[in-house]
Design a binder for this molecule. Structure first.
Ligand SMILES: Cc1cc2nc3c(=O)[nH]c(=O)nc-3n(C[C@H](O)[C@H](O)[C@H](O)COP(=O)(O)OP(=O)(O)OC[C@H]3O[C@@H](n4cnc5c(N)ncnc54)[C@H](O)[C@@H]3O)c2cc1C
Length: 371
């Protein structure tokens, strides 16, 4: 996006990609259909040590701008849920569109380029295994650490450090959580069971599906809250949002028994999870107080995750180049004129649902219009 915008302004642009092909992450995104934006995108959908930083770029390149580009290329798409836009056919449509826009803007693309060194010399010299590129400006769009096996490297952070820029510790975001031995022993054999929950941590709440896995918890609610979680904090899960699982017991005619409670709980939770919950949370008595205590536990499952599945499984890297180092308008380094950082390498991290791409497009456009 940065190359396209700069190329359209008549700049001579070279894109250097070390992988053997472009846009691998676009191709695997959204289950192969690329959730390329979200129509409800706003600054509240992003984490950053400076929550105001993303506002400027996001407001100057909006989901509507990207949708206009998608429509110009006659790419069929649909809204899946919660404003998330996906390709009808394949993520290849989005990659093809960006490559075509680069071609129209006269951008040169080089793939399989191993960058050995970047030196500032008034402008910048980028030394690769084969040749040298000299340019007055350099935009770093090398992403985060997520999914090393498709080409993620620490290059962007290393370069930032080389230039003396501050980094907010990169950490896996939108990542499944691993339960400790005791919780995993209690629940992980239910792998595949999923239910709608509210997951909460650090003042944030996400109401979406939670999925039990062989090692812990995943699903959209957990992925979302994982970006806010830091050890040793706890995560709270409301397993039955809106429901009062013991409501039937207000009726004096109802028999206070395990069978009744099981059938009531099964109305709100998948059967296997309901049954397991009852095995693990036996009532000491059938008093109103004991029932109320049981009710509270269903709505406040406190989890202390052992950790996350790490960068191998993380959809995004939280943290990155400190926003204090960059102009929010252009993404240029304050200390080093001509050096820009855009996309995921910056300490701006989107929620699940098309927000990370929207940040990549918007920050790329902001830099491309300025450099
Ligand atoms: C499995 C998965 C699914 C996802 N699905 C979605 C989704 O549906 N919607 C959404 O909004 N977000 C999604 N994301 C997140 C989104 O893909 C990223 O946030 C986004 O691609 C970041 O864009 P970027 O250009 O900053 O970095 P990237 O897309 O990661 O691109 C960085 C590029 O730099 C190259 N590179 C790295 N190091 C070097 C180096 N040393 N030299 C040269 N080149 C280098 C890489 O090979 C890569 O091509 C998903 C992520 C994953 C892992």
């Amino acid at each position: 996006m940065c190359a396209i915008e700069a190329g359209k302004r008549g700049r001579r642009v070279a894109v250097l990609e070390h992988a053997d092909r472009l846009g691998k992450k676009i191709l695997i995104s959204g289950g192969g259909r690329c959730n390329f934006t979200n129509i409800h995108c706003g600054p509240e959908n992003f984490l950053s040590s400076n929550p105001h930083f993303a506002k400027s770029a996001l407001s100057r390149y909006t989901p509507e701008d990207f949708i206009a580009l998608v429509e110009k290329h006659h790419i069929p798409y649909h809204e899946k849920t919660l404003g998330q836009l996906f390709c009808d056919r394949s993520a290849r449509d989005i990659l093809g569109m960006l490559v075509e826009e680069c071609r129209l803007a006269g951008v040169d693309i080089f793939v399989g380029v191993k960058i050995l060194e970047v030196s500032p010399t008034g402008g910048f010299i980028v030394r690769t295994a084969k040749e040298e590129f000299h340019a007055p400006v350099l935009a770093v769009a090398t992403g985060g650490l997520s999914i090393p096996k498709i080409g993620a490297t620490s290059f962007g952070y290393d370069l930032a450090r080389q230039f003396g820029l501050k980094i907010r510790e990169p950490r896996p975001g939108l990542v499944p959580l691993v339960l400790d031995q005791r919780d995993c022993g209690n629940y992980c054999d239910l792998a595949g069971v999923s239910t709608e929950v509210i997951a909460s941590c650090d003042g944030q709440n996400f109401r979406e599906k939670m999925l039990i896995t062989h090692r812990g918890l995943s699903g959209p609610a957990i992925l979302q809250i994982s970006s806010y979680w830091k050890k040793p904090e706890s995560i709270r899960v409301d397993l039955a949002p809106d429901a009062k699982v013991t409501a039937a017991f207000r009726d004096p005619k109802i028999v206070r028994s395990l069978n009744t409670l099981r059938s009531e709980l099964r109305k709100s939770l998948p059967n296997r999870l309901a049954d397991r919950w009852l095995e693990l949370h036996s009532l000491p008595s059938w008093t109103n107080a004991a029932l109320e205590d049981f009710e509270q536990q269903v709505h406040r499952w406190e989890i202390d995750p052992a950790g996350t599945e790490g960068f191998e499984k993380a959809e995004v890297t939280a943290g990155g180049v400190d926003t204090d180092e960059l102009s929010a308008k252009t993404m240029e380094c304050r200390k080093i004129p001509g050096l820009f950082f855009i996309g995921e390498v910056v300490d701006v991290t989107g929620h699940l649902g098309g927000f990370n791409f929207q940040w990549a497009w918007a920050s790329g456009a902001a830099a491309g219009r300025a450099l």
